[in-house]
Design a protein around this ligand. Structure first.
Ligand code: ADP
Length: 209
């Protein structure tokens, strides 16, 4: 986050004199308390300053980098998840390939007859199945998918950074966001490498903070 010159000055005053009241900071800068109010609010919200009632403002000692790290760690999977694209276990490889093109995704989630997560299909799974001479209309996806329980999943309250780490560690492109039900795992969202890239750009441009 880019600080204005006045905000930098406020931080320096609080560093040297804190705890200090808003009134006193204003005196240092020869401004009114009202003029400073938005800057103090921004600096407090961003975590540079802390405000204690009847004591005043003090410097938290956190650098811009530490504050950014704190904010990134607070991001949850459900804040960034996209709509999951699913196919049934009985769908053919041909149908799955068509769905992948139509929906413009690289990972499909496969669901069983109770609408619960049964497997995952990646681009390469479908390519591999297409290399042979078999009729793609007659091979059901459950034959070629990566199946439960070997699916890496996440839940909506999981930190986005943990999901990103799993994408890297497991060398996969997508992870389903699931909800536990009596019949199994219901697929409620998807986090992919694109999701993480978008989150990164949004963070830097300041949209989500
Ligand atoms: P691709 O290899 O097509 O670029 P991935 O790296 O996502 O795509 O997939 C590699 C393998 O891992 C595939 O066989 C796929 O079925 C499997 N896979 C993909 N996502 C998951 C997941 N969330 N959990 C377990 N296995 C997965």
């Amino acid at each position: 986050m880019e600080l204005s010159k006045r905000q930098e000055e406020i931080i320096e005053i609080v560093k040297a004199n804190g705890p200090i009241t808003g009134e006193n900071i204003a005196e240092h800068l020869h401004l009114t308390r009202a003029t400073l109010r938005p800057d103090l609010a921004i600096l407090t919200m961003a975590g540079f300053l802390d405000a204690r009632p009847r004591v005043g403002y003090f410097y938290t000692g956190k650098t811009g980098n530490e504050l950014l790290t704190e904010q990134v760690k607070k991001l949850k999977a459900h804040e960034y998840q996209h709509v999951p694209i699913v196919v049934k276990e009985s769908a053919s490889v041909y149908d799955a390939i068509s769905t992948m093109f139509l929906e413009d995704v690289g990972t499909l989630f496969v669901i069983d007859d109770k609408a619960c997560l049964a497997g995952v299909l990646s681009r390469k799974d479908l390519l591999r199945a297409s290399i042979g001479k078999q009729d793609l209309n007659s091979i059901p996806v459950h034959i070629i998918m990566t199946r439960m329980p070997n699916i890496t999943v996440c839940r909506k309250e999981d930190p986005l950074v943990d999901v990103a780490q799993n994408l890297i560690n497991k060398q996969i492109d997508g992870i389903p966001v699931v909800k536990d039900t009596d019949s199994g795992l219901e697929v409620v969202g998807r986090i992919t490498k694109t999701t993480i890239t978008k989150a990164f750009v949004e963070l830097v441009l300041g949209d989500h903070i």
